[in-house]
Design a protein around this ligand. Structure first.
Ligand code: SF4
Length: 353
């Protein structure tokens, strides 16, 4: 792309802050992901983050409610039965174990607990769904955190039952850009994933949809995913960086350099100004630059352990926030003057770091 004709990161931030939230187009995003000065991209993203989120960040946590034995073949995943990774198939956790996880999440300042199962999906009349409905209800009734879930494909009846039990948000990641998806997953399609996301939105659920960066994809695929998420108008965007696990299809892939990770975060902030772009798996690859993820535009992070890999200690995370002067907030909140007319009310008290 001719760099004399392309908008600068500062131009894009100016346009976003003037109300054009879709100012970043595909070609400009690819330019920012490749050639533009990374510090200029980060500075623009930080302006946008501060305008929409102030000094607030959102923390969430997940629990592996049903580990291993998944029939799908997602190339990054230690829980797929197509790969030999040492992760065993386990039973569903009990509701009591899941409520204990929500209490732990609250102690880590997380305001939501995502109940995650290594399953293709659940029909409305399945035993698996019965267990998850019971667990969601138990988390809601315990009142420690909101109940979110990531259960694979869900039909209409399954969504209705989960919503009735207290589910407030559904996670269903797209993993990567549409044109790279076939290199990552072959056991289901991109459109199947989009169908569950659309169905959840139609029912009024908040949606949490992101992907994994660093699986050998090109910058174009990263831009493609970001713009698909914008088109779908999802609420939260978990940005993961590949944690290469032995035995999976991507076990030979090296992590991205920290500065490239920050560049991706900054571009996602500019592409998705209002969405809670939060950093989940792989943030340890940022190394000493980890606190800079917020200056690059991140508005949250996952705390506590990931599904099958450890995270860094939550005490270090909370100290980092305190030293950065950041406070925790309920997911989905933005600054009042920037929020949608239909902004959702807060359902939980704000916890200050
Ligand atoms: S559907 Fe989920 S649990 Fe199953 S292989 Fe894919 S990422 Fe892993």
């Amino acid at each position: 792309m001719d760099s004399t004709s392309v908008a600068t990161p500062r131009d894009i931030a100016d346009r976003i802050l003037a109300g054009a939230e879709d100012a970043l187009d595909f070609d400009t995003m690819v330019h920012f992901l490749t050639e533009a000065d990374v510090h200029e991209v980060m500075a623009a993203a930080d302006r946008v983050r501060r305008a929409f989120f102030g000094n607030k960040v959102h923390l969430c946590s997940i629990v592996n409610a049903k580990q291993g034995g998944c029939p799908e073949d997602c190339g990054f995943c230690s829980q797929s039965k197509h790969f030999t990774t040492g992760i065993k198939a386990e039973r569903f956790l009990s509701s009591e174990e899941i409520v204990a996880a929500s209490e732990k999440a609250l102690s880590q300042r997380a305001t939501a607990l995502g109940l995650v199962t290594a399953t293709r999906g659940m029909d409305g009349d399945s035993k698996a769904l019965d267990k998850m409905v019971e667990a969601v209800r138990a988390v809601r009734d315990a009142g420690h955190t909101e109940a979110h879930a990531s259960l694979g494909f869900l039909n209409s009846e399954a969504l209705d039952r989960l919503i009735e039990a207290g589910l407030t948000e559904l996670n269903h990641n797209l993993e990567t850009g549409r044109s790279y998806f076939g290199k990552v997953v072959t056991s289901h399609t991109y459109d199947e994933r989009i169908e569950t996301i659309r169905r959840a939105k139609e029912k009024g659920l908040r949606t949490c949809v992101g992907g994994i960066v660093g699986m050998g994809e090109e910058p174009e695929h990263r831009a493609e995913l970001a713009l698909t998420l914008r088109e779908l108008d999802v609420d939260e965007v978990p940005l993961n960086f590949l944690v290469s696990i032995e035995g999976t299809r991507f076990d030979h892939v090296d992590p991205l350099p920290p500065l490239e990770m920050l560049r991706v975060i900054a571009c996602y902030r500019l592409a998705l100004p209002r969405q809670n772009v939060f950093i989940a798996a792989g943030r340890m690859h940022l190394g000493q630059l980890q606190p800079l993820m917020f200056a690059a535009g991140a508005s949250g992070m996952m705390v506590g352990d990931f599904l099958t890999t450890p995270n860094r200690g939550v005490d270090d995370d909370l100290r980092m926030l305190e030293e950065l002067g950041l406070q925790t907030q309920v997911c989905g909140d933005t600054r009042p003057e920037m929020s949608r007319p239909s902004a959702r009310p807060r359902s939980l008290p704000v916890l200050s770091a």
